[in-house]
Design a protein around this ligand. Structure first.
Ligand SMILES: Nc1ncnc2c1ncn2[C@@H]1O[C@H](COP(=O)(O)OP(=O)(O)OP(=O)(O)O)[C@@H](O)[C@H]1O
Ligand SMILES: [Mg+2]
Length: 219
């Protein structure tokens, strides 16, 4: 029986594969395709929705978002008998733009993770204006890595910036939790976190994001 969720990385840096290899009992199918991006063409015939996670700024949370939203959706759709959702993790660099463009050919929509910091504004704008909007694809900016202990000023500035650009933004904000950073080292996705309060809160953000984007529904 095919899994409902398939996660693909086309990042030559392959931190996704490094992570995925460490995860025991991956809750989804996974493959690394940066050397063979033409393989993505098979996605056209699957009928699955293809979500590309993109931001050419490095380190904004693309891999974290891809694996964790993928894990949540896989859990919600664990009884599905066909492939429903594909998540493609893409490179955080301008040099690898051709790979990103290849993935966008098959995309249903794009998720753009962005941290709440001014340094991320211009690079994120470049990806959206030069790559995503010209492809004519629906997209959502997701603020990731917000630490509530820092107060709301940076978060509000970032929300105001996104809104001023006229970009769609999710209401869900992914908060910064040590457990996410640690998880990449330990080889865990959110659905495998321990059942303590903090881990549940951390997991909640990805659950709300998947719900808001409508990925769990529609069966
Ligand atoms: N919400 C979060 N809370 C805590 N740590 C986070 C969060 N999001 C990302 N990180 C950490 O930040 C680092 C960068 O995240 P990640 O690897 O997902 O970014 P990326 O956009 O995929 O980077 P690259 O462009 O290099 O592929 C990782 O160490 C990750 O664990
Ligand atoms: Mg990455």
């Amino acid at each position: 029986m095919p899994a409902a969720v398939y996660v693909v990385s086309i990042d030559p840096q392959a931190s996704t594969v490094w992570w995925a290899n460490r995860i025991t009992d991956l809750p989804f199918d996974f493959s690394q395709e940066h050397e063979t991006p033409e393989n993505l063409a098979v996605l056209k015939d699957t009928g699955a929705k293809v979500h590309v996670i993109a931001n050419q700024k490095g380190g904004v949370g693309k891999t974290t978002t891809t694996l964790n939203v993928g894990a949540i959706v896989a859990e919600v759709l664990k009884d599905a008998t066909t492939l429903k959702h594909v998540f493609i993790d893409t490179p955080g660099s301008l040099q690898d733009e051709a790979l990103l463009l290849e993935a966008l050919k098959y995309a249903t929509d794009v998720i753009v993770p962005m941290p709440p910091e001014g340094l991320a504004f211009d690079p994120t704008a470049r990806t959206i204006e030069k790559v995503i909007q010209p492809a004519g694809l629906p997209f959502h900016v997701v603020i990731n890595n917000w630490d509530p202990r820092d107060g709301t000023a940076d978060l509000e500035d970032t929300q105001a910036y996104i809104d001023a650009q006229g970009w769609p933004r999710t209401r869900t904000v992914i908060r910064r939790y040590k457990v996410h950073t640690r998880a990449s080292v330990e080889g865990k996705v959110v659905t495998q976190y321990p059942k303590n309060r903090v881990a549940m809160e951390a997991r909640e953000d990805f659950f709300r994001l998947a719900l808001e984007l409508g990925y769990g529904g529609g069966k």
